[in-house]
Ligand binder design. Sequence first.
Ligand code: K7E
Ligand code: CUA
Length: 670
Amino acid sequence: MKYNNNLLRVLAITVCAASLISSCKPKNAGSAVDAGAAAKAYVPPGKYDQFYNFVSGGFSGQMSVYGLPSGRLLRVIPVFSVDPEKGYGYSEESKPMLNTSHGFVPWDDLHHTELSQTNGEIDGRWVFGNANNTPRVARIDLTTFRTAEIIELPNSAGNHSSPFITENTEYVVAGTRFSVPPDNVNGDVPINTYKQNFKGYISFISVGKEDGKMDLAFQIECPGVNFDLSHAGKGKSHGWFFFSCYNTEQANTLLEVNASQKDKDFIMAVNWKKAEEYLKAGKGRKVAAKYARNRYNEKSHTATSEILNEVTVLDAKELKDICYFMPCPKSPHGCDVDPTGEYIVGSGKLAALIPVFSFDKMQKAIADKAFEGEFEGIPVIKYDAALHGEVKKPGLGPLHTEFDGKGFAYTTFFVSSEVVKWNIKDLAVVDRVPTYYSVGHLCIPGGDTKKPTGQYLIAYNKITKDRYLPTGPELAQSAQLYDISGEKMQLILDFPTIGEPHYAQAAPADLIKNRSVKFFKIDENTNPYVAKGEPEAKVVREGNKVHVYMTSIRSHFAPDNIEGVKLGDEVYFHVTNLEQDWDVPHGFAVKGAANAELLIMPGETQTLKWVPNRTGIFPMYCTDFCSALHQEMQGYVRVSPAGSNVPLTFSIGTNKPAADPVPAAAAPAK
Ligand code: K7E
Ligand code: CUA
């Protein structure tokens, strides 16, 4: 998220002047790391890291994977943005992954990563990510580290409080940040009719127990506000979901002022078990909608996209006992639930305290009807009735909280650039460390589950002035690793990140590494254009489409000489990598292609579309240094004029007789 600097400066100065904290920026940046710290992050060459860290890429639209504690970048997984490095969004097989009801969308903004859970613990099967801009949720398969599925969300805009999951991955939940008129009504209304016409939708996406396949199970229609973040209940609060809401002023312009009017906005508590009951009882109404669901098949190595037309909606206003509001000071952002499921932490961006709600007290308040009234037809629980207590004077600009499983919470403070450790029970601040600078999210491996591993904490910072060598106007965003195994947090490492990191999660390496796919079995390849061996390589013309069934193996393509392509043709290079060996991809590129390369994994088929725009000879080559004779892994395509009678031929290793009179200019000198 980006903040308005002036507003924050004013806020910072005001609160600092009130002497909550003597300085808003950490001093002694250089001396914050003691000599022994580096050894804690040192992973010797040849040794594996202890954790995989899945970090959102923000405006890059991708997810990156780091090893912890080393901070080594292991992989960038393309999710919502095209990635020419891997051909994602460029190959014919992967293009459908980025299809939406708006057509092909090549970019998005990924803020939150969420690992699948079983019994409230990370199970290492999938990691989910959200697309903020064109609302979608992606599921990444952690056996392949590839995006397996993307589902679009209707009735939504700015899918920010997403993709948070329930403790057995029953649902991935997503709340709209921008309320908008629902899709099935005429949305062509004056913007200043927000209060009458704009609604907030919460989506519940079911996840297949075995295969992970996603379906939009139902949506709940809520009042028009901004839903910012969320987390599932766990343990005793399993069955509930909690969302932070701001702009309960329902402003539609200059939100930095107009959505900061009220002393308290809300945390919305959603009883999704109850919602399921209503659904079973037929209380949902089916409404027309249009949203895409895209799935990648790892046998055909091909994505398919379907457009779905209906969603079931429950109305929170009518079904009085599925949603409740708890007042929460000053535009809450983070909404985090402790490992026991009892405490719900709301982080008001403009608040000078952190309210901590009690699930038990909330339940009692609901039973006793301890309401202070209603907001847009939803009961508002009395603040004190649900409150466990407040963390007093914790810092400035609280954003996000994670837990160590030892009774402590750790909250990030954007304005005062620090992580603050506090005791969940007595709410006393016990430690604070500076970050460099303006920290957003943080991650403790397992920190939002029932079983955090309270060893490391990573802070994801927005600003890195003076931390790294300058790189022009934009500086790398940065992660910082802290050892939290002792009483005091200790900074041990800085490392730059891809894009802008928001939320991140981490999983013990052992949960994932042994299940990692090493190559795809060529026998199981069902791509319609596969060539399972060089004898199957061929070139086939269908009208103006030329299909090249090509194979690649160290160190040649078959065929590697192709003639008879003509201007006006669309050429499809279907390249099958015949290798059956770990980590031997081949690349494929052809001169002049208005496209990307292909990077083809062993056993896989991928297709590059090429429309030549001139006649001549076009080299193609392998882009991945695969072997000693990688530089020999090349070929040529001849492109002739539209009316040419050069026959379609293809070959490897043999020179066919010249198929037409050799033009004088190119005739060999005798
Ligand atoms: Cu705080 Cu988009 Cu989760 Cu950024 S959000 S920091
Ligand atoms: Cu194949 Cu280089």
